[in-house]
Design a protein around this ligand. Structure first.
Ligand SMILES: [Zn+2]
Ligand SMILES: [Zn+2]
Ligand SMILES: [Zn+2]
Ligand SMILES: [Zn+2]
Length: 415
């Protein structure tokens, strides 16, 4: 089982989840398609290229599916913190530019085989929803060698051994009887994401990660609820929103990340209509607009790179994520300019060992997050994430990894 499940190890539990996964949830489609898949992978000649696992989004069948003790991979909503107690706090949880709390983008359950300290391992991505901050971030990322730059995109790695204080050492049964071993930290009543260290001075019940979220909550109802909480002592908790039922406009829509394999998509099977300019589709930009973008790409190499990016992505147009933790894996860059050189990738700030590429987030995610097309709406070509090769296990529970943001050329000059 170990070897056949090896490729799966990236995005799902292998040793825990095991073979019964398919039978537990009959609604879940198999990760790879029918007939074509088997023949394809055998005949594949591209040996030099590591197989890429794709992440695609689907609405969770029921809300309980993405809870932390089921070790989910998910996008949007609130994070299912792996270590539910020692959350990133202080400056770690805020945008380095505007200082506002970051918004949860996605998390990937990606355990590392043969590393007992990373029996469970989840990567979490957060981002400031302001495009102005992302633009500044994109400039700052080149300066990493000269000390820790400010970031508006942050990736945290959290890992646990099989025996730990938070979860059973036995695999989840997926029969809704699974429970975590202990409660998590109190989180902010507004964002449901970060630690709620600040307590409302009137009711002493509502908790917030920041003054901003306290103010937002106050204006949108807590002003009244607060009085109610004070006057009705016992039932007070019912007035506060349950964690996980925080106002929907404070986070992006929630999805489960399911996996697929790029290898099962034939390179020339891309449906012409389907594949055309999919990356642009969320903006509803017509071909003419696309052409004008293309014209603005200065170098031929950018055009070439863009064309091959488009071709590759069109094989599986719904991908929001590309994952590969093989030693020879590389991100699929949208443009040849704005790529990091080896020297631009820092070493691990905890163990000083090398970072290696692990996954990239595709612009299609913005479509699923219903991000608009206003001047300050988020936009990116791709975001590549590099993580500690040794999955080191030191100091803090949530270790910050390195993200490289690649923007479209027209976006970079928009400022
Ligand atoms: Zn910001
Ligand atoms: Zn908050
Ligand atoms: Zn209050
Ligand atoms: Zn390290």
């Amino acid at each position: 089982m170990e070897s056949s499940a090896k490729k799966l190890s990236s995005l799902r539990i292998t040793s825990l989840d095991g073979d019964d996964d398919e039978t537990e949830d009959p609604h879940q489609p198999p990760p790879a398609g029918p007939s074509a898949a088997a023949a394809d992978s055998d005949d594949d000649d591209e040996e030099e290229e590591a197989e890429v696992t794709l992440g695609v989004l689907s609405k969770p069948k029921h809300p309980g599916l993405l809870l932390r003790h089921l070790f989910p991979s998910k996008a949007g909503g609130i994070p299912a913190w792996l270590d539910p107690v020692n959350l990133p706090s202080g400056k770690s949880s805020c945008c380095g530019f505007c200082g506002e709390p970051l918004q949860f983008v996605l998390q990937i359950y990606a355990a590392v085989e043969d590393n007992v300290a990373a029996f469970h391992r989840t990567l979490f991505m957060f981002m400031c929803p302001s495009m102005a901050c992302l633009l500044r971030d994109q400039h700052e990322q080149w300066k990493h060698k000269h000390g820790n730059p400010c970031r508006s995109v942050k990736v945290f790695r959290c890992q646990l051994p099989r025996t730990n204080a938070f979860y059973s050492a036995q695999p989840p049964k997926h029969d809704r009887s699974d429970k975590p071993l202990c409660p998590g930290a109190h989180v902010c009543h507004w964002c449901g994401t970060w630690k709620g260290d600040k307590i409302c001075s009137s009711c002493k019940k509502a908790r917030y990660c920041s003054e901003k979220h306290q103010a937002l909550h106050w204006r949108t109802g807590h002003k009244n609820d607060c009085l109610q909480i004070i006057s009705s002592s016992a039932a007070s908790n019912s007035v506060l929103p349950t964690v996980g039922k925080v106002p929907a406009n404070t986070f992006w829509p929630e999805f489960e990340i399911k996996i697929d394999y790029e290898g099962r998509f034939d390179s020339d099977s891309g449906d012409e209509n389907n594949s055309k300019l999919l990356v642009m589709q969320r903006h509803g930009k017509p071909d003419a607009m696309m052409q004008s973008w293309m014209d603005q790409f200065e170098a031929d190499s950018d055009n070439k790179c863009w064309a091959s990016f488009q071709e590759r992505v069109s094989r599986a147009p719904n991908q929001v994520l590309r994952y590969c933790r093989e030693p020879n894996a590389k991100p699929l860059w949208a443009l040849s300019s704005g790529c990091p050189s080896n020297a631009d990738i820092p070493s691990c700030s905890y163990c000083k060992g090398p970072l290696c590429y692990e996954f990239q987030v595709m612009p299609q995610l913005l479509y699923f997050f219903v991000v608009g097309n206003q001047p300050d709406s988020l936009d990116w070509a791709t975001i590549a994430v590099y993580t500690c090769q040794g999955a080191c296990d030191q100091s803090v529970s949530y270790k910050e990894e390195f993200a490289w943001v690649q923007l479209y050329p027209t976006t970079t000059t928009r400022q």
